[in-house]
Design a binder for this molecule. Structure first.
Ligand SMILES: Cc1cc2nc3c(=O)[nH]c(=O)nc-3n(C[C@H](O)[C@H](O)[C@H](O)COP(=O)(O)OP(=O)(O)OC[C@H]3O[C@@H](n4cnc5c(N)ncnc54)[C@H](O)[C@@H]3O)c2cc1C
Length: 433
């Protein structure tokens, strides 16, 4: 799009290919981005001007907050919100610009003795994570990130700046809590923070031979744990000396080291335990660094939210981890506060899930189609048709969207989309089809 076609008040923050401003705004985590123009507004008013300029130019809009959504952006306009990144705290409410990343939010809240549950990685953006749900270290204690949301500022397709909450346009507020970037450009959010817990972190490493019994013991612990206990279990394949093959339990608990030892006793008893670390930590210590982007592998996989880990499911997962394609598994305990929100209260509706299971086969970058298809088939056999958490899904398309939302939720989301974006100018990471 020629810059000359843009209104004068938009061109100062519009950037075309070949400039460092374009490259900075178009950087997406492990995804190609070649939009015609990158718009980098610094205020909500500039976002509104950008949206109006794109609609008059007939450009579809993709939105970038932290750029970790890995949704390719082949054309149209990309609105990069990294300039809208302020975090302020008043009482227990945090006002957050969506261009902030979650490590910044945790750092701003810490001096106030407050936390907001987000994800496990500090560099993930506020915008994308919060619109999809937000499954993080305190999910069983405080629910999804959207469960603490109190208000949202956004610019809709008509260029209007709107404030929505439980009183003002509750249906749009509902849709924005799990419905992704389908409804406009979200610029600011207000979120209710919670008192910072006294956390103890337990990290336990296991030999690969322990995988099946480890998964069973982990599920036994998590199925009975109080809401103050949160945990993941990762099973790594043998791919590099940097990441040794085997199981890794990461568990955090609001309590003392002694209480943590009691909770993990069944895990300490699993044969094949090779490392153990139990120590106090702060919430912000839990938000890890960005994984390297340039790993030369093709990730083939996805996730499912499951109501239970039956013995049969555990057998299947263990077989997947030991299968032909080197496969990384990640299980995260849900339930607790996450499960006490009714399915119809937010657009993320899979509230009966008690575990999130992620499987990724790590195939060579030039893996043949047959190898990719075989990995997909092996995973489909394990996961069946359970629900999908969209934020963790690299796959897109009608089948993925249908697994993200039960039919009644999808119908409601489409009705809101039709009202606020009738011409479909927003190209969200997961369309509503
Ligand atoms: C290394 C890594 C770790 C992760 N860990 C977790 C985790 O622990 N828990 C978890 O829940 N998720 C996690 N995720 C997934 C993450 O929540 C999603 O990828 C999310 O979309 C990233 O948000 P972002 O703002 O960085 O991404 P972006 O790429 O900027 O956005 C992703 C999509 O969200 C929409 N969007 C973003 N911002 C806006 C906005 N302001 N207005 C309207 N639409 C918008 C757009 O459709 C966009 O394509 C992780 C992802 C990565 C890469």
């Amino acid at each position: 799009m020629p810059l000359a076609d843009l209104p004068d008040h938009v061109s100062p923050f519009a950037h075309v290919p070949g400039t460092s401003e374009y490259d900075g705004g178009a950087h997406l985590f492990r995804a190609p981005a070649t939009p015609e123009v990158v718009l980098r507004p610094r205020t909500t008013e500039e976002v509104a001007a950008a949206v109006r300029a794109c609609t008059s130019a007939g450009l579809r809009i993709q939105v970038r907050s932290g750029g970790h959504g890995s949704a390719p952006c082949p054309d149209g306009a990309l609105i990069d919100l990294s300039g809208l990144d302020g975090v302020t705290v008043a009482g227990s409410t945090a006002e957050i610009g969506v261009g902030a990343v979650w490590a910044e939010v945790a750092a701003a809240l810490a001096p106030h003795g407050l936390v907001v549950t987000s994800g496990d990685t500090g560099s993930v953006g506020v915008g994308g994570l919060v619109l999809g749900g937000g499954i993080g270290w305190l999910v069983r204690t405080h629910g999804l990130t959207i469960d603490s949301l109190r208000g949202i500022e956004l610019v809709t397709a008509d260029g209007r700046i709107r404030m929505v909450d439980a009183q003002d346009d509750p249906e749009l507020f509902w849709a924005l809590r799990g419905g992704g970037g389908n409804f406009g450009v979200v610029t600011r959010i207000w979120i209710e923070a919670a008192p910072a817990p006294d956390l103890v972190r337990v990290e336990l490493g296991y030999e690969p031979s322990a995988t099946r019994s480890l998964m069973e013991a982990w599920w036994q612990v998590m199925a009975e744990a109080p809401d103050t206990v949160n945990s993941t279990l990762a099973v790594m394949p043998d791919i590099s000396p940097q990441f040794p093959a085997g199981g890794l339990v990461d568990l955090v608990l609001d309590g003392t080291v002694g209480e943590a030892r009691e909770v993990v006793a069944p895990l300490l008893a699993v044969e094949g335990l090779r490392s153990e670390r139990i120590e106090s930590c702060h919430y912000s210590d839990l938000l890890g660094p960005t994984p390297p982007e340039d790993i030369p592998v093709t990730f083939v996989g996805g996730n499912r939210v499951l109501p239970d880990l039956t013995s049969e499911a555990l057998d299947q997962l263990a077989a997947l981890a030991a299968g032909q394609a080197p496969t990384m598994l990640l299980l995260r305990g849900l339930g607790g506060a996450f499960g006490r929100v009714r399915a119809e209260e937010t657009a993320f509706a899979h509230r009966d899930a008690r575990v999130l299971a992620v499987a990724n086969a790590l195939l060579p970058a030039d893996a043949p189609e047959e190898a990719i298809a075989a990995a997909r088939e092996a995973q489909a056999g394990v996961f069946g048709h359970a629900g999908i958490y969209g934020n963790f899904s690299l796959d897109r398309g009608p089948d993925v969207t249908a697994a993200m939302y039960p039919p009644t939720t999808l119908e409601r989301l489409r009705a809101v989309k039709e009202r606020v974006d009738p011409d479909g100018i927003f190209a969200a990471a997961h369309a509503l089809y």
